[in-house]
Design a protein around this ligand. Structure first.
Ligand SMILES: Nc1ncnc2c1ncn2[C@@H]1O[C@H](COP(=O)(O)OP(=O)(O)O)[C@@H](O)[C@H]1O
Ligand SMILES: [Mg+2]
Length: 726
């Protein structure tokens, strides 16, 4: 089965639109683009869609078939020609029969027939015969001739098709072909047809999102965002390169951790390699420095070259088409050049290049990188510099860079300091977690767990593993692990408070609100014992949340106390961020109270903070609540209320939907239908809410107009997607 097509909607719509408007006469579309950009898959989807209105004749010649005369014509017409041949006049019919091996003797033994003095049909007679076949076919239905990789058409077939094309006048015969960007347009389409009947559609690079989607569907694995970003840069939006590089990357995961250029698969790199080998030593040296640098400022490269000649070498590299200037930056003209230049260096050459760059790099992270990659033995001094650089990266909201720097620090920690190595591994795991690479975080935690005996030292690791289980395998396993963590460090109130907060949330997910509430209160006592204001704030937030969900109303007192404690706590820990903090809890409660604008502001603040910190792990949770909020808000503004129950398929849900479906399942029975007995009592959540937050009277049924007044139209400055003013 053909793999699914990702994107290319605009190109396919353009092609189909053009073909449909041009169907009164011959028309042609050439789909062009680099190798691997997706010409074939797009072509296939075009012809699949075109089958609704065209009879499609298709062929996919290959370079190996090029010497086989008329093989493409046979592929195009082989299935349909027998039907129409009787209507083709002689001698053209005979010529077609011979060319397409319809002649019995040709079919059984073409060689013997030639030996017996037969020759290939006269080209013009054959072309007339094929033209007649096309005209007969086009009388029944519009014809679409589809050729993939038209550059590989065997010459005789191409000549016949070109002949036919020039003679078609008003017959509904169209052509869709693919070909490489370079070179002439196949079949002389641009000359054979007037400009309004020929369209060239150039396929450009795919977006990062599309490349991510293709990799996800083909490799069955989701690459972390920063890996995807690097891979995207390396493949320049070409899906074939991306797939090949991702395969190579999965075979060499080390590269991800050392931040080296993404490897280029052997087959792909040969061409580029050939080009690189032609470069003069000076140009190659400039290229290597640029390849090894993650921020190749021209000044830095000049300084790292270290001699007067560097100015000239950089200019030569630009003249040779290897590099281009982008302001202060030097960039390769194609991303593959970087990967190949880097891969071509021996280990020793790479070290020297990195050492040169380290000596000149001004940025703390860049310098630490180069020192790490230039090191030929463990060094605590460099590891400490890497620690510092990791903190720097985390503080600028780049936890993925922080994680990679920490991994380097671990690698360079001398064997005589096993404690430091473990500590750095756990910090790297935390950064990975925050950056959304939960799998890598889990691997690192598991690797340290193996060597750690049960007890208080192991408990923090179990706590982390439990959180990872929650993200990867679900709550039951996570719950078990949180309990185990608590059991292994019963005298550590901070750790136990943290575990109980998480257990409380797990109970909420399981629908056991009384237990959730109990655990949250327990965690508050432990947090107070630990004298940790942030932990206390988080426990208070949870208590307020669970009380609200149990119908006790909004505990503003708890929320306010939680927020002031949080303010007291100062800076957040760099490595791990608590997800369900008081500010988020307040946002959720506001949302459930239908105070959508205030909820949006709260959630937006939290969302922005997560973005600023690179806190990828929290984004899905926040986006989930955002989408619920927008769902309710959008509907509110349109007033399309259908009271009770789930919305019908294809319809939007009623505005208080989010509230009812978040709150009521925790309260017990299903929401009532309007007018049903007991409807009032089941409004418990919202009525408490009204009391405490003076929320407008929005009930589950019949409040469309009121809702329209109460909910402002979408705020102009939406945090997720700024809107243009109406
Ligand atoms: N838009 C796309 N959606 C999904 N897969 C794609 C897309 N574009 C290309 N691919 C995949 O990338 C690879 C190369 O695409 P292909 O169509 O063969 O490129 P081309 O014909 O331009 O050389 C194939 O595995 C193809 O399935
Ligand atoms: Mg192709």
């Amino acid at each position: 089965m053909d793999p699914g097509l990702v994107g290319r909607d605009a190109e396919i719509a353009t092609i189909l639109g053009f073909l449909s408007t041009a169907s009164a006469g011959p028309a042609a579309v050439a789909i062009t683009g680099d190798a691997g950009i997706g010409k074939t898959i797009t072509w296939k989807h075009v012809i699949q869609a075109a089958r609704r209105s065209f009879q499609v004749l298709s062929c996919q010649p290959t370079s190996a078939e090029r010497p086989l005369a008329f093989s493409a014509l046979d592929d195009l017409l082989g299935d349909v020609v027998d039907e129409v041949l009787p209507r083709v006049p002689e001698p053209a019919r005979g010529a077609v029969e011979v060319a397409l091996l319809r002649d019995v003797q040709m079919r059984t033994s073409p060689r013997s027939r030639f030996e017996a003095g037969h020759v290939w049909p006269e080209r013009r007679v054959l072309a007339r015969g094929i033209l007649a076949v096309l005209r007969i076919l086009a009388r029944n239905a519009s014809l679409l001739i589809a050729v993939d990789d038209a550059q590989w058409l065997d010459r005789p077939s191409a000549a016949v098709l070109e002949f036919c094309l020039r003679r078609l006048r008003c017959e509904p015969v169209s052509i869709v072909l693919t070909s490489r960007t370079s070179g002439r347009v196949p079949l002389g389409l641009d000359r054979a047809l007037p400009p309004e009947r020929f369209r060239r559609v150039l396929l450009g690079p795919l977006s990062p999102g599309a490349i991510g989607e293709i990799l996800r569907s083909r490799l069955g694995t989701t690459l972390p965002r920063h890996t995807l970003t690097r891979l995207y840069e390396a493949c320049g939006g070409n899906p074939f390169y991306a797939l090949e590089s991702a395969h190579a990357l999965l075979e060499h995961p080390r590269v991800l951790r050392t931040n080296e250029p993404i490897p280029v698969p052997q087959g792909l790199s040969d061409l580029v390699r050939h080009r690189v080998r032609q470069l003069t030593p000076d140009i190659r040296q400039v290229g290597r420095l640029v390849a090894a640098s993650s921020d190749p400022q021209e000044r830095l490269i000049r300084a790292a070259c270290g001699d007067q000649e560097s100015w000239a070498s950089i200019d030569q590299a630009v003249d040779a088409g290897l590099l281009e200037r982008d302001g202060e930056l030097l960039r390769f003209t194609h991303p593959l050049l970087r990967s190949v230049l880097y891969a071509e260096m021996t280990l020793e050459e790479r070290r020297q290049v990195h050492q040169r760059l380290a000596a000149r790099a001004g940025d703390v992270e860049e310098r630490a990188w180069h020192l790490a990659l230039g090191a030929d033995r463990p060094s605590e001094k460099i590891a400490v510099m890497l620690d510092h650089a990791a903190r720097h990266a985390a503080s600028r909201g780049a936890p993925e860079a922080a994680a990679a720097l920490k991994e380097q620090a671990t690698r360079l920690t001398p064997a005589s300091r096993p404690g430091s190595a473990t500590e750095r591994t756990v910090q790297a795991a935390d950064y990975h977690f925050r950056a959304g690479d939960i799998a890598r975080s889990g691997e690192l935690i598991q690797s340290t767990l193996v060597a750690c005996p049960a007890g208080p030292n192991r408990a923090p690791l179990l706590l982390r593993l439990a959180t990872i289980h929650y993200h990867q395998s679900g709550w039951p396993l996570a719950e078990q692990m949180f309990r185990q963590a608590e059991q292994e460090a019963p005298d550590d109130p901070a750790l136990c408070a943290h575990a109980e907060q998480e257990l409380a949330f797990a109970r909420l997910v399981a629908g056991d609100l009384p237990a959730a509430s109990r655990l949250a209160k327990g965690s508050l006592r432990l947090a107070a014992r630990a004298a940790d204001p942030r932990l206390e704030a988080n426990s208070l937030g949870r208590i307020a949340l669970f009380e609200f969900l149990q119908g006790t109303g909004v505990r503003r007192d708890l929320l306010e106390r939680a927020e002031s404690l949080e303010a007291l706590a100062g800076e957040e820990p760099a490595e791990r961020l608590p997800m369900l903090d008081p500010s988020l809890v307040t946002g959720l409660i506001l949302k459930w109270c239908d105070r959508l604008d205030e909820a949006r502001l709260r959630l937006a603040g939290r969302y922005q903070r997560a973005l600023d910190c690179g806190d990828e792990a929290s984004l899905p949770f926040l986006l989930y609540h955002f989408s619920q909020l927008e769902w309710g808000g959008e509907l509110g503004s349109r007033g399309g209320i259908r009271a009770g129950g789930l919305p019908r398929r294809g319809r939007k849900p009623p505005a208080p939907y989010a509230a009812r479906h978040a709150v009521l399942p925790c309260l017990g029975p299903r929401p009532p239908r309007p007018g049903a007995r007991g409807a009032r009592t089941r409004q418990r959540g919202p009525s408490h809410v009204r009391k405490h937050w003076q929320c407008p009277a929005r009930r589950t049924g019949g409040c469309g107009p009121r809702l329209r007044r109460a909910v402002p139209r979408r705020s102009p400055g939406h945090p997720l997607q700024p809107r243009s003013p109406r």
